[in-house]
Design a protein around this ligand. Structure first.
Ligand code: ADE
Length: 298
């Protein structure tokens, strides 16, 4: 379970949050921290069993004195109808939605040339369109009249995302969507921000990516300026801050929580090759050849 929050105890008392993908990995850490701060949290994903088990585990950690509750509600965010039903059910049960965390998503490793249209669409539908469905429905059904705060979880796709181009494209689009919504919904008192995690280890991510997961996590350590992986709790603290009154003047921002990874080296290896188009002939080309293959001055 999550480490205790640095935020003030009871900060989110009597508030209600919806966290998609809230039963696993980063989403579970966010849900646990919100719960620890007194917030009632609705966790949502497609897998009802896993969601119920996560909710039961989180319930064990809620003190008897806390008004917070955790409620699992299954939903496929790709379906606008299911998102409408989710939001309507939360409003029926709790009468408000103060916070939305769009963390639900998924992707698989594949070079772009091997990706089927179906695989591409599934990732874009979940990560981009699913986020749009949730933002739009929570806004129109509640936040438009009452305000609120939204945080979208994206990814370290700032140098492209070779090997997972579908999710790179979708997450970059959510970065832009975050800015558009921050402006469109400002007049309703709705703040919209994003968090872009670096390489974050979680048990769920390991299971999800199978044997590739352990390889990916181990090999990515030298690519972090921190020389270690991040943990879900290190994303959760940033998300809870952005939802909190401490971030009351922050909207349309994307906070990179990656120890500077996005400023550092790319993990994608390009083998030596001679396929690149020739450079133009001339004195600079001659100088470059001389630099690389100097003729003897003797
Ligand atoms: N997490 C991954 N895919 C999802 C989906 N389609 N709906 C909700 N949560 C998800």
């Amino acid at each position: 379970m999550a480490a205790s929050s640095v935020l003030r105890p009871g900060l989110f008392k009597h508030r209600v949050a919806v966290v998609t993908g809230g039963g696993t990995g980063i989403g579970k850490a966010i849900s646990a921290e919100l719960l620890g701060l007194g917030c009632s949290v609705v966790i949502s994903s497609r897998k009802a069993g896993r969601l119920e088990a996560a909710a039961e585990e989180m319930r064990q950690h809620i003190p008897a004195s806390s008004p917070a509750t955790v409620t699992p509600l299954p939903c496929n965010i790709r379906s606008e109808d299911e998102v409408k039903a989710l939001v309507s059910s939360v409003l029926q049960q709790f009468g408000r939605i103060d916070y939305l965390v769009n963390n639900g998503g998924g992707q698989f490793h594949s070079p772009a040339e091997d990706m089927s249209s179906k695989g591409w669409k599934a990732v874009v539908d979940t990560n981009l369109t699913g986020t749009f469905h949730c933002c739009k429905e929570v806004y129109t059904a509640w936040m438009k009249q009452h305000g609120g705060a939204i945080v979208n979880i994206i990814a370290d796709m700032w140098k492209g995302f070779p090997g997972m181009s579908h999710t790179g494209a979708a997450r970059a689009a959510v970065d832009n969507l975050t800015k558009s919504l921050a402006i469109e919904w400002a007049a309703s008192g709705v703040r919209v921000n994003a968090v872009a995690p670096g390489t974050i280890f979680s048990k769920t991510a390991m299971e999800n990516y199978k044997e590739f997961g352990s390889h990916l996590f181990k090999m990515s350590i030298p690519f972090s300026p921190a020389k270690r992986l991040g943990l879900p709790e290190e994303i959760s603290s940033a998300v809870c801050f952005l939802l909190s009154p401490g971030a009351s003047y922050i909207s349309g921002a994307t906070l990179k929580v990656d120890a500077g990874q996005s400023l550092y080296r790319s993990m994608w290896d390009i083998p030596d090759h001679s396929a690149w188009p020739e450079a133009p002939e001339g004195e600079n080309m001659d100088g470059m050849k001389e630099l690389l293959n100097p003729r003897s001055k003797l």
